[in-house]
Write a protein that binds this ligand. Structure first.
Ligand SMILES: Cc1cc2nc3c(=O)[nH]c(=O)nc-3n(C[C@H](O)[C@H](O)[C@H](O)COP(=O)(O)O)c2cc1C
Length: 396
């Protein structure tokens, strides 16, 4: 039996949170279950998110010692010329298949609390956890995308109340995972004689993450989750504004403050929360090649109609936003891999940037690629050994 499975069966929550390894800086692959993943682009090699490709990718990642796979729960594509995220694989069933085919990697399922009954979700997640011998993780999402909810005929609650609901939803799931009979008398759920065996592997529970960006979202994560994902694109926008020239050091100073503020917030709730962020990697032998490919995929061939639809969902339109500000937001969303940190450069440069994120206090990074199967093997061969030499990761 593999180390992860042994540790899981021994049942330690710490083991779950550290993903059963000693890597100081965790690395995950983000968004591979969705077509185009995190790059709204029209390049012909864009990611199609077929099952066969996801399976190949998971095996490559597992062999290379990548720590986790984080899918995006997306029920309805954004449209645009590429129908961005128009083709997606459902995340818990996706995780089940990948957990069965791998040995050490943690695989998350991403669940919209308002769309799943908590007892059904709890049972599905326990099943995934048993398939993966304790390697399943939960990304809990409160929901934001109006069109998706309309598609289900589900009325979204007022913003902050979505997190009150998620809190109660998660209470039910945690009670079910405890595998003892219970009644539940909450504001949203009234449940009688609940029985839900088995519990997760090893008498513990899956690692839980959330990525809310609002005050209510962050407070929810601090109270209920083991890991919190925060985006750094706000720091970039605040520093760069509408100008093209960016002061990377100034952006980084803001990011460092952002991480230390989140950790301080966690301590107010008596929690040592693990902080993660996400980004897009374009790694090439020379900086010029990396920058040229980034420009080609993210700017020259950007799916601008999809980018504008995403902005419109957040109520940012040319009608309500000044022209230069709208252009800056549109460019940032495209060039950052829809709101992530742009890791663009040589293996040395990318390894240094990853290390800087570790120094800023991040426990890990979830990264996407234009085409994972084309790009991940080079990243694993070149960047991971550099991070191991820096002492940030174990040698594979
Ligand atoms: C790393 C990461 C993963 C996310 N995954 C999803 C997802 O799978 N589905 C989704 O609808 N929203 C997802 N989100 C959006 C957040 O859960 C959240 O709804 C959004 O940041 C808005 O925050 P708020 O709910 O606090 O306003 C993700 C965000 C990040 C940064």
């Amino acid at each position: 039996m593999q180390d992860a499975a042994v540790a899981a069966q021994n049942g330690s929550m710490r083991g779950r949170v550290t993903m059963y390894n000693t890597n100081a800086l965790k690395i995950g692959l983000f968004g591979a279950n969705c077509s185009s993943a995190r790059t709204a682009t029209l390049v012909p090699e864009r990611w199609l998110a077929t099952w066969v490709d996801c399976l190949k990718l998971a095996r490559i990642a597992d062999d290379a010692g990548i720590d986790f796979l984080l899918p995006v729960a997306r029920w309805k594509g954004y449209g645009g010329d590429s129908d961005f995220h128009g083709t997606t694989l459902e995340t818990i069933t996706w995780a089940c298949g990948l957990l069965a085919a791998t040995e050490r990697i943690t695989v998350f399922g991403t669940v919209h609390a308002p769309l799943f009954h908590p007892l059904i979700a709890a049972k599905e997640m326990v099943t995934a956890d048993h398939i993966g011998n304790g390697r399943f993780g939960l990304n809990l999402v409160a929901g934001w995308n109006e069109g998706e909810f309309q598609m289900f005929g589900v009325q979204q609650r007022e913003h902050d109340e979505r997190y009150d609901f998620a809190h109660e939803w998660l209470d039910v799931v945690k009670r079910a995972w405890a595998a003892e009979e219970f009644d539940f008398d909450g504001r949203y759920f009234k449940l009688r004689g609940v029985r839900a065996k088995p519990g997760p592997i090893g008498g513990t529970r899956p690692i839980i993450m959330n990525a809310g960006s609002s005050g209510a979202g962050q407070a929810f994560a601090m109270r209920n989750c083991d890991a919190f994902f925060t985006s750094t694109s706000g720091a970039r926008l605040a520093v760069a504004g509408t100008s093209q020239a960016v002061d990377e050091q100034q952006i980084f100073n803001r990011i460092m403050k952002q991480v230390s503020d989140v950790k301080a917030d966690g301590r107010k709730y008596g929690r040592e929360i693990e902080v993660y962020t996400q980004g897009q990697v374009i790694c090439r032998p020379t900086r010029r090649e990396a920058e040229e490919y980034h420009h080609y995929a993210n700017v020259e061939c950007a799916d601008w109609s999809a980018i504008e639809k995403m902005l419109a969902l957040k109520n940012i339109t040319p009608q309500n936003t000044a022209a230069d500000e709208f252009k800056a937001k549109r460019t940032l969303l495209a060039s950052s891999g829809i709101g992530g940190y742009p890791f663009v450069g040589t293996p040395d440069e990318i390894a240094t940037e990853f290390a800087n994120h570790g120094r800023a206090g991040f426990r890990g990074l979830a990264v996407s690629f234009v085409n994972y199967l084309n790009d991940v093997p080079y990243f694993c061969a070149e960047v991971l050994p550099r991070l191991a030499r820096m002492g940030l990761r174990a040698k594979n």
